[in-house]
Design a protein around this ligand. Structure first.
Ligand code: GLY
Ligand code: MN
Ligand code: MN
Length: 434
């Protein structure tokens, strides 16, 4: 992405700050065991403002009546360390490449932070992070408060991540393009899974096919752990063990999406391992698909997510009554929360750099945010009927179905960014036998 994008974001954040200092830290390396690390992935808020991918780095914002600037602290060049852990840009190259006001070696960070905090009133930080670097910054504030020689000291801690995540709600063209690229790869992966799945295969073999497509097509990572759930396993919402055998005749629920250029995709498809839906599977599937399409058709600027949640609960409940899965009057069943047994989760969530983008759903008064063009969310109705649920006709037992797409809110309504992934019964059956 063009570096000017990051500079504009930093400038917008600086405009929102009062007199004070903002600290935003990179992700830390995470130990897997002994001296072996998990693959490194930069913190989304930090990357959103810097475009910088290395660990052990910090962004410092300084704002006063006279100054408004951003400083980036990076690891210095170190040949011995780079032999083991890979190339570092170093201070000079980072200074040339990133249009930050100042770039310094990370060894200068604490001293410069302490200096910057003097005579300031606010410390902006990720208030709810347990990263030690935030605790250290607060420790410096305390020293300044204790040292009564200063006229002002930073006594106000403000959550800067809330400001950044509000910015992250509205995706710009670069971000939407990255999500489109992620989805193009995820589409190939889901189609390949439908083509390859056969009774007798292990769930993890299908997972391997999906993740092969991700990496083979340039997506370094998944955006979350792939779910491949055959039959009743689909009724475990976060089923990630993926170790069972796919039995003849079951449905396979796959929830999988790659991350591309730091942006997520999040897609669920459910298809018959044997290539054709049974009448009961098909009836349930088409009911859920119908609700999904009707919910997506409601998306436009000005609505709130709660409206979609309420509509989806009502329509799914009506559908379940229509199929004889539930009995009674839908609004009364919803009032009694009886539908939650079969539709226990939300209709969707924000998606962006993180699969569950941590952007706000409500404003400062706690009122639901109105949808605006540029927001991206998932729509993912699902119905889960356990195999031991004797309240339900036998033909529906052991079926779990979710259908999930990624939707961009536009000025006039919406665009389904994952529209190319097989979804109707006919499209899926054609893909499964191809
Ligand atoms: N894949 C996680 C979710 O659908 O929310
Ligand atoms: Mn999702
Ligand atoms: Mn998902």
């Amino acid at each position: 992405m063009n570096d000017i994008v990051y500079k504009k974001r930093r400038d917008r954040l600086l405009e929102m700050l009062d007199d004070g200092v903002g600290v935003i830290v990179s992700a830390e390396q995470k130990t897997r065991s002994n001296d072996t690390e998990y693959p490194y992935r930069q913190a989304s808020d930090f990357y959103y403002l810097s475009g910088f991918e290395e660990d052990n780095s910090v962004l410092l914002f300084i704002k006063s009546a006279k100054v408004s600037k951003a400083l980036l602290f990076v690891q210095p060049k170190d040949e011995a360390m780079e032999l083991w852990t890979g190339r570092r840009l170093g201070v000079d190259t980072a200074r040339k490449r990133f249009d930050v006001d100042e770039v310094h070696g990370i060894e200068r960070y604490e001293e410069m932070l302490k200096e910057a905090l003097k005579e300031r009133t606010h410390l902006y930080l990720d208030l709810f992070s347990d990263d030690l670097r935030y605790a250290v910054a607060k420790g410096h504030c305390k020293s300044l408060v204790d040292d009564r020689s200063s006229k002002k000291s930073p006594r106000h801690y403000i959550d800067v991540s809330e400001k950044i995540r509000t910015m992250r709600l509205l995706k710009d063209e670069h971000e939407i393009t990255s999500i489109r690229s992620a989805l193009a790869i995820t589409e190939m992966a889901h189609h390949d899974a439908m083509r390859q799945a056969r009774p007798g295969m292990k769930e993890y073999s299908i997972q391997a096919a999906i993740e092969y497509q991700f990496k083979h097509n340039g997506a370094y990572s998944d955006a979350y752990t792939t779910i491949v759930a055959g039959g009743n396993n689909a009724n475990t919402l976060h089923y990630i063990s993926n170790r069972d055998t796919l039995e003849e005749g079951v449905l396979v629920l796959i929830d999988a999406g790659c991350e591309y250029a730091m942006y997520a995709s999040d897609i669920t498809r459910t298809f018959p391992v044997s290539g054709t839906f049974s009448p009961a599977q098909r009836a349930l599937y088409e009911m859920i698909l119908d609700v999904q399409l009707r919910i997506i058709a409601e998306i436009r600027p000005g609505i709130v997510k709660k409206y979609l949640q309420e509509r989806s609960e009502l329509w799914l409940c009506e559908g379940l009554v229509g199929l004889g899965v539930m009995h009674g009057e839908p609004t009364a069943l919803i009032e009694a929360k009886r539908h939650k047994k079969y539709f226990p989760h939300g209709i969707g969530h924000w998606m962006g750099m993180d699969v569950h983008d941590p952007c706000p759903y409500v404003d400062e008064e706690g009122e639901e945010l109105f949808f605006q063009a540029g927001m991206i969310l998932t729509i993912e109705p699902g119905i889960y009927i356990r195999e031991d649920d004797t309240d339900v006709p036998e033909r529906y037992r052991g079926i779990g179905i979710r259908i999930e797409d990624n939707i961009l809110v536009t000025e006039t309504g919406y665009e389904n960014l994952s529209d190319g992934i097989a979804k109707t019964v006919d499209e899926i059956e054609a893909m499964c036998i191809s």
